[in-house]
Design a protein around this ligand. Structure first.
Ligand code: 5GP
Length: 207
């Protein structure tokens, strides 16, 4: 990836770990943009079409799969979720960092398609903490909470495929950890180092 392009960051982790809150903090920096996913799930109270998700019908989602419009897609909790490819590529081209809040199945697909993507795994301090966060959120039935807790363990098993892990115990600390990862990635030596060397050579020659 050339230096002028933005970077792609995937944030995964069990539902209820606080990915949404952390992403909102990270997105206060105008260099970072969120990738709005498409989903077949029903909007929750307060969610807006085009802001949290593009809420579409099952048919529309399948149509987008057939047109190869997704960078990745997966079935999560009986619904389809997918990352619209063109929107992400355009944002990267404009030099923006793009943040994907997607599940592990999606994260692994992104790594396959774009190996330069940076994968961050957000962990809850414990399963008990995760359960109480899901209960306090009050958006899910007890049955759905059990489903999400089971999926949490399934997801954590894939942590070895990720580049970084952040434990979300104290929110401010987790946000600062994610920011540090983004800064470190921005400071990586780029693949093409010649322009950097040239710049110093020219300076030495007084050009
Ligand atoms: P929720 O229904 O709570 O908004 O999201 C459920 C799960 O789906 C979360 O783990 C979230 O990260 C994941 N998710 C959201 N959008 C996408 C997407 O585009 N692709 C994939 N693979 N997962 C997604």
């Amino acid at each position: 990836m050339s230096h002028s392009k933005g970077r792609l960051f995937v944030i995964s982790g069990p539902s209820g770990t606080g990915k949404g809150t952390i992403c909102r903090e990270i997105l206060k920096d105008i260099r970072n943009e969120f990738s709005v996913s498409m989903t077949t799930r029903e909007p929750r109270e307060g969610e807006e079409h085009g802001r949290e998700y593009f809420f579409v019908s099952h048919e529309e989602f399948i149509e987008n799969i057939n047109r190869n419009n997704f960078l990745e897609y997966a079935t999560v909790f009986d619904n389809y979720y997918g990352t619209p490819k063109d929107i992400v590529l355009k944002k990267l081209e404009k030099g923006r960092n793009v943040i994907l809040d997607i599940d592990v199945q999606g994260g692994l697909q992104v790594k396959e398609a774009m190996p330069e993507a940076v994968l961050i795994f957000l962990l809850p301090p414990s399963l008990a903490a995760l359960r109480s966060r899901l209960e306090n959120r009050g958006t899910e039935t007890p049955e759905k909470i059990e489903k999400r807790l089971n999926k949490a363990l399934d997801e954590i098993k894939f942590i070895g495929e990720y580049d970084y892990m952040v434990v979300n115990d104290v929110r401010e600390d987790a946000v600062s950890d994610v920011r540090s990862i983004m800064t470190a990635e921005a400071l990586r030596v780029p693949e093409k180092v010649l322009p950097i060397i040239r710049r110093y050579e020219q300076e030495q020659k007084g050009e």
